[in-house]
Design a protein around this ligand. Structure first.
Ligand SMILES: *Cc1c(COP(=O)(O)O)cnc(C)c1O
Length: 495
């Protein structure tokens, strides 16, 4: 399997290199030149596999430069009972045909653990594979969950250092508490006076800064990325859609070959893009439902073909989706344009210059045939959390609620009764304040007391990683301006 860049088709690398580099030198993202098939027989066989066995089978198709032993070493370490004590993923049936795929049973209680627990192992294996003896500096821009999940994944991993930037006022108190208390000898966490896009743009600029890269090289160091643009994060996300389908198959809820819909609360377009790859591999998926909060740039794009980030930015109760530039969309557009690096350069050049681009009628038609897009405002997010709690006795977080609401809108508009898999991306305790308010709980205290209140009101068990956060020491207090990012990184490297 060879990977190329969405902005330069002459790039040809193996997966180890794609994972180590994170982003291509030309600013493009690594994509497989061909999407491998996962046959109907393989999907049927998956029904008898546990999570790691299925992950091995899927990775064998994408990481062809890895031996089966190397792959299973990674999957067994990542998805161990130590990291996922209860289960790897949960599948909860809300009502007939409506299944919530709980992706938050990992160490940080958010779906990003699914990918970030395995990425460091992929990275170490990749370094060995190409005999690269350098220190890896991981730069992360986060809207909240990536930061903590990456810190947990990389903390004290030999040969790596990790630096995380988050928007000072753009993450939940719980997310912030998780990050600023992070332990580990190789971690740095820094708040930025700006929003997530500022963080992401800053990281991207530093990543492609020739002077810094040369400096690093002279000191036997190099950058890599743990952001969802890294192929090593995307591949693990494909697994759970196939897994969910296979469990429905095993439970007799669907028959072999039956189609399902997949609804995903979407920010950077990584999670839903993995669903698209699963479909291209052969998973019978009818529609992918792309759910946004009021930062609805993707809703508009899919419905009109115009991507326009020149709009007001809102801070919402689903902060991990407060994004105006969805990086992974670049991969989808590359595939939709018939692997045209030229078209991608043109669109993303326009995005860079004017914040806007428009795709042609053929791309727009593909977008609308594969995806349904909708958005959910703050009041409806809260009402959905409350509705599920009262009517279905199910407590979900604000991001998941956005997906449920947009899925319901989709059903209302189309009458489509196809079984659905709705991705649930965070444990409700992670966004406890808004969840508690939504279900009518009263609590004017800090986030730790909120956890207690939510526990009393809902009866749902408090996840271990979020217990006792309040007693932990705050270890990271840096706050900088967007302009100071480059210097911050240069200084950190010099130390
Ligand atoms: C990251 C995140 C999302 C968005 O996922 P993308 O892959 O960026 O689209 C949704 N919900 C939660 C809780 C997240 O942490």
């Amino acid at each position: 399997m060879i990977y190329t860049s969405t902005r330069d088709n002459s790039v040809k690398v193996i997966s180890a290199n794609a994972i180590i580099q994170g982003i291509s030198k030309d600013g493009g993202l690594f994509v497989p030149r061909e999407i491998p098939r996962f046959s109907a027989d393989e999907i049927k066989a998956a029904a008898d596999m546990d999570y790691t066995a299925l992950a091995d089978a899927v990775f064998a198709k994408f990481l062809t430069d890895f031996t089966p032993e190397e792959i299973s070493k990674c999957t067994l370490s990542a998805y161990s009972a130590a990291n996922f004590p209860a289960k790897t993923v949960g599948l909860h049936e809300l009502s007939e045909g409506v299944n919530v795929l709980e992706l938050w049973h990992g160490p940080t209680c958010a779906f990003k653990d699914m990918a970030l627990q395995i990425l460091p192992h992929f990275l170490s294996a990749s370094m060995k594979k190409i005999n690269l003896n350098k220190k890896i500096i991981i730069l992360v821009a986060t809207s909240g969950d990536t930061g903590k999940a990456a810190l947990e994944g990389f903390k004290d991993v030999k040969g790596t250092e990790i630096m995380v930037f988050y928007p000072e006022n753009g993450v939940s108190p719980m997310q912030k508490a998780q990050m600023v208390t992070q332990e580990g000898g190789n971690v740095r966490v820094c708040a930025l006076r700006g929003n997530f896009d500022d963080c992401q743009n800053g990281v991207k600029a530093i990543f492609t800064d020739g002077t810094i890269r040369r400096n690093l090289a002279e000191n036997s160091m190099m950058f890599s990325s743990a952001n969802s643009i890294n192929w090593g994060r995307l591949a693990p996300q494909i697994v759970y859609y196939i897994y969910a389908y296979s469990r429905l198959l095993a439970a007799g809820k669907i028959a072999q070959g039956d189609e399902v819909n997949i609804a995903v609360p979407t920010g950077n377009f990584g999670n839903i893009l993995a669903a698209y790859y699963a479909k291209k591999m052969g998973l019978p998926v009818k529609k992918m439902i792309c759910a946004s909060n009021i930062n609805n740039v993707l809703t508009d794009f899919i419905n009109t073909g115009v991507y326009d980030r020149n709009r007001e930015f809102f801070t919402t109760s689903s902060p991990s989706m407060d994004i105006l530039i969805s990086s992974n969309l670049e991969r989808l557009l590359y595939h939709f344009s018939g692997n045209s690096d030229e078209a991608v350069r043109d669109w993303f050049g326009q995005l860079q210059d004017s914040g806007r681009y428009e795709v042609g009628a053929d791309i727009k038609a593909q977008l609308q045939s594969e995806f349904y897009a909708g958005c959910c405002n703050e009041a409806d997010t809260a009402a959905t959390v409350r509705g599920l709690f009262e009517k279905n006795s199910y407590l979900c977080d604000t991001h998941t609620a956005v997906a449920v609401k947009v899925y319901n809108d989709y059903c209302g508009e189309t009458g489509d009764k196809t079984p659905v898999i709705i991705a649930s991306t965070a444990n409700p305790y992670k966004f406890g304040k808004d969840v508690l308010a939504a279900i009518g709980g009263k609590c004017n205290t800090d986030e730790y007391e909120t956890v207690e209140c939510l526990n009393k009101k809902s009866g749902m068990e408090i996840p271990k990683p979020l217990l006792n956060l309040g007693n932990k020491e705050i270890l990271h207090k840096d706050v900088i301006n967007t302009k100071g990012m480059r210097e911050y990184v240069v200084r950190a490297i010099d130390n």
